[in-house]
Write a protein that binds this ligand. Structure first.
Ligand SMILES: [Zn+2]
Length: 92
């Protein structure tokens, strides 16, 4: 099962390869998939008591998110919310 997930407002995509199942699937620690453009592995790891990140081993792009997000579905909804807020922010 291959799924793409947009991680940033610049269209950076995670291609999920290491997960079998749907949105209820828990995000595994370690390699989750790869970065569509650079081909590097995206690693999921805890970075503090309250935050986790997805980290590209090749280009070093990183996306932090609260570690209350445990499943692929929760991550997808979180990213949609964050990206919709950033794209509608008033220009200054
Ligand atoms: Zn990358």
């Amino acid at each position: 099962m291959v799924k793409a997930m947009v991680l940033s407002e610049h269209g950076i995509k995670l291609i999920v390869t290491n997960i079998v199942g749907g949105d209820r699937t828990k995000i595994p620690n370690g390699v989750v998939g790869f970065h569509d453009v650079c081909g590097g592995s995206f690693v999921h790891q805890d970075i503090s008591e309250t935050y986790s990140e997805l980290f590209c081993r090749k280009c070093r792009f990183r996306k932090e998110f609260p570690n209350t997000i445990k499943t692929l579905g929760q991550l997808r909804r979180h990213l949609l919310l964050v990206l919709s807020m950033s794209s509608t922010a008033p220009a200054s």
